[in-house]
Design a protein around this ligand. Structure first.
Ligand code: TXA
Ligand code: MG
Length: 341
């Protein structure tokens, strides 16, 4: 792991270079609509091991396998419940990952030792082109160092992965900004939400019916120590900037009052935007709508780190729709430290 990391463009020539590296079993940073991924051939065990090394990721945390064509899914899974078909029809290609029983061809290194595999069919044109030209499916976790905020630009990837991987494809800023929605299916075929994302709980309920979508424990609250998790990613502290993050729930007056009693060197506030006029303390805005907040969240956490923040007080987002994904990520960045004002 001592590369002179190359920044590639999205030109056809550069996409060929990226695909060539992937065919050689190398790890490449690639753009997707959600966040940047650290991609390698999902079927090549040594390539997949290199992803874990570059990221510093625990080996029991499985990777998502990205496919370039819908029909490719049957190469990697043994069965697809009816509700999975309905979700695929509604939301693929797009920011949705479905955990399904894996075929033997998917190595256990990729699936983190599980008999299931998370499959995603991304909509990002460059991601799909890279997958197609690589000639395989690509295992790709978010392209951050394990534990730090996910990268939503090529610059973020470079800052975490410089020297650790041979190349990054620069596809500009990710539109969504938070990672894909992850679901599995229970024994009755109901959809189990493991990680909220841009495809919201409400979106899925509208397709398969509210009675057919359940939310796994741990999406909005901290799991007790030792509790069995349905998705290994749930048990790790995630998305954390270097600064300590605290989520403050309550109106803007109470928020300002709280921060003024706790202000000091290195203390920053994360505001929505509309609430920032005349705000007397150092702050950054992460957006007024849930879509904006999802798009900006990780970038703002990184910016505040660069500004030297030691403590960040964040306004608590609305949890409806995409807001649930924003809340879920912020809660993990805060190590579940929430103050109800
Ligand atoms: O948007 C995304 O999903 C991005 C882009 C690059 O596609 N990828 C991503 O991967 O966020 P990662 O590895 O950072 O997060 C994958 C999550 C983890 O929490 C993992 O535990 C869960 O999905 N996961 C993957 N396979 C699973 C499986 N077989 N069973 C349960 N959970 C699984
Ligand atoms: Mg991740």
């Amino acid at each position: 792991m001592n590369y002179d990391t190359q920044m590639l463009s999205i030109s056809s020539e550069d996409i060929d270079k990226a695909a060539m590296l992937l065919r050689e079993g190398k790890v490449v940073g690639i753009p997707t609509e959600t966040v940047y991924g650290l991609a390698a051939d999902a079927l090549n065990e040594s390539a997949v091991r290199d992803i874990f090394k570059a990221k510093g990721r625990p080996a029991d945390n499985p990777l998502i396998v990205h496919i370039g064509e819908l029909d490719d899914i049957y190469k990697y899974i043994t069965e697809m419940p009816e509700n999975a078909h309905r979700l695929a029809e509604a939301f693929w290609p797009g920011p949705l990952t479905m955990v399904l029983p894996k075929k033997d061809i998917v190595p256990y290194v990729t699936s983190g030792g599980l008999d299931t595999v998370g499959i995603r069919f991304p909509v990002h044109p460059t991601a799909r082109e890279i997958i197609r030209r690589s000639g395989s499916a690509l295992a790709a976790p978010s392209a951050n160092l394990s534990g730090s905020p996910s990268p939503t630009s090529a610059k973020h990837v470079l800052s975490d992965m410089n020297g650790r991987i041979p190349a990054i494809v620069n596809g500009g800023e990710c539109t969504v900004g938070v990672e894909s929605t992850v679901v599995s299916f229970d024994e009755r075929g109901r959809v189990v939400l493991l990680r909220p994302g841009f495809v919201s709980l409400e979106d899925m309920q509208s397709i398969v019916g509210a009675e057919n979508v359940i939310c796994a424990k741990g999406v909005t609250e901290e799991l007790p120590d030792g509790e069995r998790v349905m998705s290994p990613g749930m048990k790790y502290k995630h998305y954390s900037p270097k600064a300590n993050v605290t989520v403050l729930c309550g109106d803007m007056d109470k928020f300002t009052e709280y921060v003024s009693a706790h202000s000091g060197d290195g203390v920053y506030s994360m505001l929505f935007g509309a609430d920032s006029e005349g705000y007397p303390f150092p702050f950054a805005c992460y957006g007024d709508t849930a879509d904006e907040q999802a798009h900006r969240l990780f970038a703002v956490l990184r910016e505040l780190d660069e500004a030297g923040a030691r403590q960040i007080y964040a306004r608590c987002p609305d949890r409806r729709g995409v807001g649930l994904a924003v809340y879920n990520r912020l809660l993990r960045a805060a190590g579940f430290e929430v103050v109800n004002l």
